[in-house]
Design a protein around this ligand. Structure first.
Ligand SMILES: Cc1cc2nc3c(=O)[nH]c(=O)nc-3n(C[C@H](O)[C@H](O)[C@H](O)COP(=O)(O)O)c2cc1C
Length: 351
């Protein structure tokens, strides 16, 4: 049984949303939970996993099941890590510092958003575990450069370039809820108070493939492209220096009516053709979702909203509890699929 303040007795990740809604400020809940447009993609992310069917093998020795792997060489205890999401301070005052501690305790990697509530130095100091920095480019190039330099100095070991937000998607529930961004100088931008601009500048991503190649060529850390939904863009990402390609539709928050992430994974894996690692996020709520993505060729998957809800419900312990439920489901799923190690998973485990 999972322990932790408000996550006591958590049975599965689907329960989280209702539990979080009951305790979160309605504006914060609308911001966290909403998707773009009719939310077709938001719903499909989860539903598409439910349409997949597995092919288990029996009478395999599964006494010792091992969920550990590496993500870009970083050892992790399970093939699930924390996706970058903005504004953890809406869940608990400690914000991303607590989330990073929760991920470390669960034995996995934490990816910090540019739009975090807390400064990256504070988050880095909060936990020992591995961390990556997600980058939104600022209209002011100097600020972007400085953000990256700060991330490098604070022990973030990869830069995740989010490519699917040249503009912010239109999310009806978020609008109806009345969510507004805090003053532009929160979190990572407090340092730039003298050079300040309004918040939307942070999201005006002028980045192109040329900028990506430029960044990858000089940052000294692996660069990952997040938000890829086609084989064409996956190839371009690798050709322009990406160390990994991250399949994502931003949790259904950007362009509605794009496919569920799991439904484009095979196309991306085929296009990348072993030249880079491939990750996936969007609608991962079950151990079987994780195993399905790995069988299709993902190296690891990331979770967004469940971590925010776990954080709201139980702080760092809540985040750990959410990841622990997934770990337990993965262990049982591996035993029942007849795959004691993750490396054995492949297309033969899917119908
Ligand atoms: C409230 C919220 C804020 C997000 N903020 C960011 C962000 O700042 N940067 C980013 O790259 N992705 C952001 N995302 C997208 C997540 O990284 C991820 O793609 C998505 O949440 C995965 O889907 P899931 O929530 O179904 O697990 C955000 C998602 C949510 C729900």
């Amino acid at each position: 049984m999972i322990q932790g303040p408000a996550v006591d007795g958590l049975v599965n990740l689907r329960e989280l949303e209702a539990r979080a809604e009951a305790i979160l400020d309605p504006v914060a809940f609308a911001y966290y939970s909403s998707g773009a447009g009719d939310e077709d993609t938001l719903r499909d992310n989860e539903a598409a996993f439910g349409r997949r069917r597995l092919r288990p093998r029996v009478l395999v020795d599964v006494d010792a099941v091992d969920t550990s792997t590496t993500i870009l060489g970083v050892p992790v205890g399970l093939p699930v890590a924390v996706a970058p999401t903005a504004q953890h301070g809406l869940a608990v005052p400690e914000g991303e510092a607590a989330s990073h501690r929760g991920a470390t305790a669960a034995g996995t990697l934490f990816c910090l958003s540019t739009l975090a509530s807390r400064p990256l130095e504070e988050v880095a100091a909060a936990a020992e575990g591995p961390r990556w920095f997600q980058l939104y480019t600022h209209a002011d190039r100097g600020i972007t450069e400085d953000l990256v330099a700060r991330a490098v100095a604070s022990g973030f070991t990869a830069i995740v370039v989010t490519a699917d937000m040249p503009v912010i998607g239109r999310r009806d529930r978020e609008r109806r809820g009345g969510y507004t961004w805090p003053d532009g100088m929160y979190g990572n931008f407090g340092k730039y108070a003298d050079e300040r601009g309004a918040h939307p500048q942070f999201l005006r991503s002028a980045m192109t493939w040329t900028d990506l190649a430029d960044l990858a060529g000089r940052v000294g850390l692996p660069v990952i492209v997040k938000g890829v939904l086609t084989g064409e863009d996956a190839e371009l990402a690798v050709d322009h220096g990406a160390a990994a390609v991250w399949v994502s539709n931003h949790g259904g928050r950007q362009l509605d009516r794009v496919p569920a992430s799991i439904d484009v994974l095979a196309e991306v894996v085929a296009a990348v053709d072993g030249r880079a690692e491939v990750y996936l996020d969007g609608g991962v709520r079950r151990g079987t979702d994780v195993l399905t993505a790995l069988a299709l060729g993902a190296r690891a998957v990331f979770v967004g909203r469940p971590v925010l809800y776990g954080l709201a419900l139980g702080g760092a312990d809540g985040v750990t509890a959410v990841l622990q439920v997934l770990r337990e489901e993965i262990e049982i799923g591996m035993a029942l699929l007849g795959t004691p190690t993750l490396a054995e998973l492949g297309p033969a485990h899917l119908r």
